[in-house]
Design a protein around this ligand. Sequence first.
Ligand SMILES: [Fe+2]
Ligand SMILES: [Fe+2]
Length: 142
Amino acid sequence: MSAIVWNESLELGLPQIDEQHRRLVDRYNELAAAYRRREPDAELARRLGVLLDCTAAHFASEEALMAELDYEGLDEHREEHQDLLQRVGRFQVVLAEGRQTITLPVLQYLQHWLLGHMRGADGEFGKAARRLAAHALVAQPV
Ligand SMILES: [Fe+2]
Ligand SMILES: [Fe+2]
C-alpha cells in the first residue's frame, strides 16, 4: 500500500486546517508503513486508534471553523465526517474482538476516503472560506 504524498492539490489555503491534514496524512502513512513491515495486529490496531483520534479531533476543529464562518454546507459536511467515524468505529470493535484484522482493502478504503474528502468536500469549504474571509475583510468598517 503506497504512502500518500502531500502535494498542492491537497492544500486548502487555510493554514490551521492544512496543518491538521498533514498530520492526518502522516498518521495514515505510519499505519500503512507498519502494515508493510508486518507489525503485529495489536500494534496496527493501536496505530489505527491514533489515526482515528487525530481524525475526530480534526473534524471537530474543522466543523467549529465552519460554524464560525456560517458555512452553509456545514450539516452535509458533518454527515460525511460522522459516517466515516461510525464506519471506522464499528470496524475497531470487530478488530478488538479479534474477528477481523487490518487488511489491504481496509487501508485502501481509508486512503481513498481521506484523499476523496480532502479534495472534495474540504476543497469546497476551502474555496468558500476564502470567499467569506475576503468578504468579511471588505465589509469591516474602516
Ligand atoms: Fe472535512
Ligand atoms: Fe478535513
